[in-house]
Write a protein that binds this ligand. Structure first.
Ligand code: RIB
Length: 301
């Protein structure tokens, strides 16, 4: 089983001709609200991929539909707590090229207590995976109790900030990072090429495997001296929101099936490529059968 302690957000999407400039007032072309949050998206992607995932999260009672949506997709929501607080939410602009800019309000996602984390970690079996992102509070306490419990930790330090560098990252087994996150963690310029970023991450965390996603430059897996490369798939993006989360959920589901690293990367890349062709976050995550069809079509690259 994989346990995912992660955010559940209400995503407010605004379609705009360009991302708003400082001091500018810009009318949006369309608006809709959907399920999001890096945590919820990753749990949903994993369940849609056929993985076994239990979500650990906090959500405002008035937004129970979000929990029910995860449950319908096959996520175990036993540990999604409904609370008398505002849910986390995100304000997301998406421009004509499919790029986004996001403002995040953590809300209930920042209400975890030490006691609650202990209970959650106790509900997991040693050897289980714990997946975590950087949208919930108390990560130092979480990583410490997960490590003590003998869980294998997969960490996606998004959204990145300086607090990540103070975490006991050596206790993580697997990191999912994009270019900016890798550069920040390795103390390197963002313009560094993949080789330099991978080397920098290896020097900083020699015992931690890394998946480095580089958008149109593909994705890398590195564990010690072992490396695998997944070329990017050429698609026209409509909305890139949630594509990274889709990649992670599908990668972890394939890993749970004990597929080879190359298979995990390939399945994840195909799922992410489908997701950028749809609007929304959770709404853009494709089901496994669609990903398999895309994966096995003759001209899949
Ligand atoms: O990764 C995409 C997610 O980031 C969105 O769903 C939004 O909620 C923010 O957390």
């Amino acid at each position: 089983m994989l346990h995912n302690l992660g955010s559940i957000n209400l995503d407010h999407f605004y379609r705009v001709p360009h991302l708003v400039h400082p001091g500018e007032t810009l009318a949006s072309r369309s608006y809709h609200v959907g399920l999001g949050g890096k945590g919820a998206n990753q749990s949903l992607a994993m369940a849609l991929a056929g993985g076994r995932v239990c979500h650990w999260g906090r959500l405002g009672r008035q937004d129970a539909w979000a929990r029910d949506r995860l449950a319908r997709a096959g996520v175990d929501v036993t540990h999604v707590e409904l609370v008398d607080e505002a849910s986390g939410h995100a304000i997301i602009q998406v421009d004509d090229r499919g790029e986004n800019a996001i403002i995040l309000h953590p809300g209930a996602n920042h209400g975890f207590t030490r006691r609650h984390l202990d209970t959650l970690c106790d509900s997991a079996e040693p050897g289980d995976w714990l997946l975590v992102q950087n949208e919930c509070n108390a990560l130092p306490e979480l990583l410490a109790c997960a490590h003590k419990r003998g869980l294998a930790i997969a960490f996606n330090p998004a959204p990145m900030n300086d607090t990540v560098l103070e975490l006991p990252l050596g206790s993580c087994h697997l990191l999912f990072v994009n270019r900016g996150e890798a550069a920040w963690m390795a103390g390197l310029p963002e313009s560094s090429d993949a080789e330099v970023l991978l080397q920098g991450l290896h020097e900083r965390l020699p015992d931690t495997a890394t998946v480095l996603t580089l958008g149109s430059e593909g994705a890398w897996y590195q564990a010690g001296a072992e490396r695998h490369f997944q070329p990017a798939l050429r698609v026209e993006p409509v909305d890139t929101t949630g594509a990274g989360d889709t990649f992670i959920g599908y990668f972890m589901a394939a890993l749970q099936e004990q597929r080879s690293v190359s298979d995990c990367l390939s399945l994840a890349a195909h799922a992410a490529a489908l997701s950028v062709q749809q609007p929304g976050a959770a709404d853009s995550i494709p089901p496994r059968d669609e990903v398999e069809r895309y994966h096995t079509r003759p001209s899949s690259n």
